[in-house]
Design a protein. Structure first.
Length: 195
């Protein structure tokens, strides 16, 4: 076994995945983006959620293409949970910084920004995948587990709809994430020979 991947690396991986979150907490407490922090926090948390989503859907095709990367399988669930975690931070930024937890404001916002629905459904699927990824759920769901986990294919499509739908002038983020999300999705759908 490669010494680098002897499971002791797990805590380093955990810390690395946590760094963007710590950075967001630090930025928030230091008032970095104040007086108008909603947009930067939503963009940063959204980008990290999307990046972990890219990583999460890339592991299966990467391992199929290159067998000696199979150590990554160990982190598949963890990466998926991290994507869910950052999507949750993104939602929290929306509710707290954008909407100030005002129900009326959110209802009105939903009539103006329809792209929120696609983001919401992507987050809902990530939530379902997160709770059904627990060992006990895998056992209890049996063959239905696979059916439920096929929902993962919908998430990149919903996120891309979320990104392109909200484009006004700057389409950089949507443009970058289009190949980043579609290429691994394509390789997941395409049956690859096992080597
Ligand atoms: C209930 C769920 C969600 C809500 C309410 C939501 C809401 C929003 C809003 C209002 C913006 C625009 C912020 C601004 O004005 O700058 C935004 C941007 C963004 N969202 Fe979401 N979103 C949700 C889910 C997601 C998910 C699941 C992802 C990715 C996994 C995501 C990724 C992004 C990204 C990357 C941006 C920045 C896009 C840009 O600036 O071009 N969102 N979201």
């Amino acid at each position: 076994m490669n010494v680098m991947w002897d499971r002791k690396e797990k805590k380093f991986v955990f810390v690395i995945f946590l760094l963007p979150f710590l950075w967001m907490i630090y930025s928030f407490l230091s008032g970095r983006y104040f007086p108008d922090p909603a947009e930067p926090f939503m963009t940063i948390s959204g980008i990290w959620a999307s990046l972990f989503l890219v990583l999460s859907i890339s592991i299966t095709p990467l391992v199929k293409i290159k067998r000696n990367l199979r150590v990554l399988n160990r982190y598949r669930r963890f990466v998926g949970l991290t994507a869910f975690w950052y999507s949750g931070c993104h939602l929290l930024a929306y509710l707290l910084l954008h909407a100030g937890f005002s129900f009326e404001w959110i209802i009105e916002d939903l009539t103006k920004r329809s792209y929120i629905y696609t983001g919401f459904f992507a987050l809902l699927i990530l939530f379902v995948l997160a709770i059904t990824s627990m060992r006990v759920a895998v056992r209890k769901l049996g063959k239905y587990w696979k059916v439920i986990h096929r929902l993962v294919y919908l998430v990149p499509v919903l996120v891309l709809a979320h990104l392109w739908w909200q484009v006004k002038a700057d389409y950089q983020i949507a443009l970058w994430f289009t190949p980043l999300l579609l290429v691994p999705l394509f390789f997941r759908i395409k049956k690859l020979p096992k080597n």
